[in-house]
Write a protein that binds this ligand. Structure first.
Ligand code: AMP
Length: 437
């Protein structure tokens, strides 16, 4: 057996950990600011959930699910997306009894058996939100705004927001039957998959990447001409709310997302700095899904962002490469007799909120200093038998090389002050740097 990660998967290595943490931390703090609470659902669910939720005729259900039987013969599936599990949990735990809309967010890995390429994996991470229990167009605008706000907040600039309305269960069937009829006249020009889609679900043709199929689509009617009055009014109101916050968007009548459950507003944000897989995130309304799962009629809307693509776009836009985790203080203990005291001091610093580390390989002083540099230490503390006898330690400023003796019973408060001063200096430097023309 080859000891390699399976095709389409990858490892997040220590030097990428910081960027990953930042994405998650930003999501948690921003989503909570908008009133969303975290929900965690299992990584696998009953296969039926996705078949019913995403739709039997979709690519995901037909070709991409990791489905297996457990030892009791149940058919289970590694979740390919986050919405169906959240809706299942919403119904199972009667979350609708809390004030509506119920606003939730999740962070987790998803699994799809797709052909791997840059920005496309078989296990990938999504950060997503779901807001359930309101059809207010202001909620659509809030969810779209949150998606854009989040991407901007983590530093992305080259973003385009596309929006569309897919109509509802009243007006869409008319459009679907019209499209089916029209596509029928171009069978010879469509790819094999799309020929099959004409009967099964002609809207899937809008997802096709083939050039031929795209050119056929140019000749097709547009959903915007088929919206009922209520869907048209709803979409108009969504756009008005978005304009109120100056979020720029482009109307894209071809934006028909890949799951059966979407209704009305759909949206997607793409990055100008990525290649073929340029969609950073997207979502839409799914006003019928809760009912499809046996619940009461419940309007709902959500989005999912692909974490890997966001990181890729960040590194393309800002050349933001790896960012190793840094240690503020390195404690260099000299000689075996100082190590127990050093170990105690290390714990003390950590309980006081200072990130600190020491050597565990019996290195010489010179090697410990090198290690302190590599770990990005701002200060190194030197503790040998002389310092131990005097009840002090030496604090070395790694930038200036200046050293100062500090009594052991004062070192925490002294270190905190020094670290605070360094932080202020670096903020001031940043400010001056950015103030320059
Ligand atoms: P979807 O759940 O298909 O609407 O996708 C939402 C977002 O998840 C997309 O915009 C991508 O950023 C990301 N995504 C979807 N599929 C993959 C995949 N196979 N690998 C990596 N990211 C993906």
């Amino acid at each position: 057996m080859e000891l390699k990660a399976p095709r389409g998967t990858y490892d997040v290595l220590p030097d990428q950990a910081k960027s990953w943490n930042k994405l998650e931390e930003n999501a948690m703090s921003l989503f909570e600011r908008y009133g969303y609470a975290r929900i965690v659902t299992p990584t696998f669910e009953h296969t039926e959930l996705f078949k019913r939720g995403i739709g039997e005729s979709t690519e995901i259900v037909q070709k991409e699910m990791y489905t297996f039987q457990d030892k009791s013969g149940r058919s289970l599936t590694l979740r390919p997306e986050g919405t169906a599990p959240v809706v299942r949990a919403y119904l199972e735990h009667n979350l609708s009894s809390s004030p509506l809309p119920v606003k939730l967010y999740y962070i987790g890995s998803m699994f799809r058996y797709e052909r791997p390429q840059a920005g496309r994996y078989r296990e990938f991470w999504q950060v997503g939100v779901e807001a359930m229990g309101s059809e207010d167009p202001a909620l659509d605008a809030e969810v779209i705004l949150l998606l854009v706000h989040y991407l901007q907040d983590i530093g992305l600039k080259d973003l385009t927001l596309y929006i569309n309305s897919m109509g509802c269960r009243e007006c869409r069937p008319k459009f679907v039957s019209e499209i089916r009829k029209e596509l029928g006249g171009y069978v010879d020009e469509l790819c094999e998959d799309c020929r099959r889609r004409i009967e099964q679900n002609p809207l899937r043709v809008f997802d096709c990447k083939s050039k031929q199929c795209k050119s056929v689509l140019q000749k097709m009617p547009l959903i915007s001409d088929y919206l009922c009055q209520s869907c048209a009014d709803h979409f108009l109101a969504v756009k008005d709310f978005l304009m109120e916050v100056n979020i720029s968007f482009e109307l894209n009548p071809y934006l028909v997302r890949g799951f059966d459950y979407y209704t009305k507003t759909t949206f997607e944000v793409v990055s100008g700095s990525l290649g073929a897989q340029n969609a950073l995130g997207g979502g839409g309304r799914y006003d019928g899904l809760v009912q499809d799962f046996g619940g009461p009629p419940t309007a709902a809307i959500g989005f999912a962002i692909g974490v890997e693509r966001v990181l890729l776009a960040l590194s393309k836009e800002r050349g933001q490469g790896s960012q190793p985790v840094k240690t503020q203080v390195f404690l260099a203990a000299l000689g075996a007799e100082s190590r127990p005291t050093a170990f105690g001091l290390l714990y003390k610093m950590r309980t006081e909120g200072i990130s600190a580390d020491m050597d565990y390989l019996g290195r010489s002083l010179k090697s410990q200093m090198k290690l302190a540099h590599k770990r990005g230490a701002i200060f190194t503390l030197l503790l040998g038998s002389d310092e131990l006898a005097k009840g002090v330690l030496v604090v070395r400023d790694m930038e200036t090389g200046l050293q100062e003796e500090v009594p052991l019973d004062e070192f925490i408060s002294s270190l905190k002050k020094k670290l605070q001063k360094k932080e202020q200096d670096s903020e001031e430097n940043d400010r001056l740097l950015h103030a320059q023309p």
